[in-house]
Design a protein around this ligand. Structure first.
Ligand code: DCS
Length: 481
């Protein structure tokens, strides 16, 4: 009998090559342990509601009313819902063609795209064209769609930061393209050095790769850095000189925990640079309802904005979006509420501000507790989480631990993270899942566990780590930068 089409040997090799560590070996083991009754702290995924973050009231009220429009006809609706939520629900329903149960345009509801354009104008001070904004099922689908449009085959390269969020490496592998890494500098707070970029591009070109685009994640995942305006300017100039499109992953733009470098969008910096750069560099920016203080990961809402992309290409992207008919419509309403927030004077404004500030201020404190906690541990160094939702400490593993990992047939940081999981129930992602320099080891945790649980989690981490180091340390030195 010949192999069947879906036998393992017959399936698409790119599917096998595509790796996604955020739900990899550690996550699977954690799920097993949980089934066995062990208490697991899932810090492997940036999924705030799964760790107890409560939904914001106003957006849920609006979407609830949109989902159940018959409530709007109930004479008692005003007892349960504030007038501004009722008005907003009516407004969004009027933008749909048949409510939430109907497909929308494949690019998203025109009215919401218009509101996103207004949000971008307000944020950046430059106009945005709703025709160049497409809503997607989470930012992930947008990123996949754009990479699919760019990558023709294995000779097409995409510059991706290392460490990176594995959506990029996995999708590039899936599409059969080539990932061209550029390393972020840990000792410079995960800064990006343009000379390093230039080297990466030259090396790739030497190998016959056409480097077509560059990804930046700002604020960074897993690295947590906020890119400065000066650095963004350099990056855009570099893209101009090297003829690269820029993919700006800005899903964490609301998650900022320091005041020196507020978020600044790639689009604004591009426009500030003026012509010819502002008219030439092709930029796609991504955003999501999964992050910020919304954290509505399960709703699957996102958008991308295209700048300097020729109309023929935009049409092709539209055509491919049409194959999936329509992005998730309820999530489009979440996006609408998110980018068009309540204003002072609105009935629900005070509650909204209380809730959203409460979340952001707590995240800021948690970022500090985690970084300080890691830095108090033996052989652990950690840059401050300036933004996003993660902490990415370097673990300086003693050579005997690296040997023990080899014996166990594990990558050294996987070995460490598995032991951490077994000892404490803390489920992290090994640094190797994001990429790191040879011989250097990390782990990633989210900063999302409840603030009141944080000190106990960090104590339990420290106890495990310091005992681990005690067990494996001798005087032969460590893995290090
Ligand atoms: N871009 C980055 C940098 C991300 O971190 C994520 C999700 C996404 C895009 C995709 O988000 P949505 O598709 O939900 O809009 N971050 C994952 C992570 O690292 N942990 O959990 C989710």
């Amino acid at each position: 009998m010949p192999p069947k089409p879906l036998d393992y040997g017959s399936i698409n090799e790119n599917v096998k090559k595509s790796q996604y560590a955020v739900r990899g070996e550690l996550y699977l083991r954690a799920s097993e342990l949980q089934k066995e009754g062990k208490k697991i702290i899932f810090t492997n995924v940036g999924n705030p509601h799964a760790l107890g973050q409560r939904p914001l009231t106003f957006p849920r009220q609006v979407v609830a009313l949109c989902q159940a429009p018959f409530l709007l006809d109930d004479p008692n609706v005003g007892l349960l819902f504030p007038a501004d939520a009722i008005a907003r629900a009516k407004h969004y329903l009027s933008l749909t063609s048949g409510g939430l149960g109907a497909y929308s345009d494949s690019r998203g509801l025109p009215g919401i795209r218009k509101e996103i354009a207004e949000f971008i104008l307000k944020r950046d001070g430059y106009p945005s064209d709703p025709e160049l904004i497409y809503l997607t099922d989470g930012a992930s689908k947008g990123v996949m769609q754009i990479l699919n449009t760019i990558i023709r085959g294995q000779d097409d390269g995409i510059l991706v930061p290392v460490p990176q969020y594995p959506l990029y490496s996995a999708t590039i592998a899936l599409l059969g393209g080539t990932l061209v890494p550029y390393y972020l500098e840990e000792t410079a707070n995960w800064g990006l050095d343009v000379n390093e970029l230039r080297k990466s591009v030259e090396q790739a070109r030497f190998r016959g790769i056409t480097v077509k685009a560059m990804v930046i994640i700002n604020p960074g995942n897993p690295t947590g850095q906020c890119v400065s305006e000066a650095n963004l300017r350099e990056i855009l100039q570099f893209c101009y000189q090297e003829n690269l499109a820029l993919l700006g992953d800005e899903v964490y733009q609301q998650n900022i925990y320091q005041d020196e470098r507020p978020f600044i969008s790639s689009k604004k910096v591009l426009m500030d640079l003026g012509p010819p750069i502002s008219k030439e560099v092709q930029l796609i920016s991504f955003h999501s309802v999964s992050k910020g203080y919304y954290g509505e990961c399960g709703q699957r809402g996102g958008y991308f904005e295209m700048t300097n992309i020729p109309p023929e290409t935009v049409d092709e992207i539209y055509k491919v979006a049409s194959i999936s008919l329509s992005p998730n419509v309820p999530a489009q309403i979440f996006m609408g509420v998110m980018i068009n927030p309540l204003k002072p004077g609105d009935i629900s404004y005070d509650q909204f501000v209380r809730e959203s500030n409460g979340i952001l201020e707590s995240l800021r404190r948690r970022a500090r507790i985690m970084t300080d906690g890691f830095n108090s541990c033996r052989n652990v160094v950690c840059n401050f989480t300036e933004g996003a939702m993660y902490s990415f400490p370097q673990i300086r593993l003693p050579p005997r631990a690296i040997d023990a990992a080899k014996q166990a047939g594990k990558v050294a940081d996987v070995f460490y993270c598995l032991k951490l999981l077994e000892a404490t129930g803390i489920s992290t992602v090994p640094g190797s899942g994001f990429g790191q320099k040879e011989g250097v080891f990390h782990l990633r945790t989210t900063i999302l566990p409840a603030e009141e649980d944080m000190p106990a989690i960090m104590d339990s981490f420290k106890k495990f780590n310091d005992e681990f180091m005690e067990q494996y340390e001798d005087n032969r030195g460590y893995s290090r930068l």
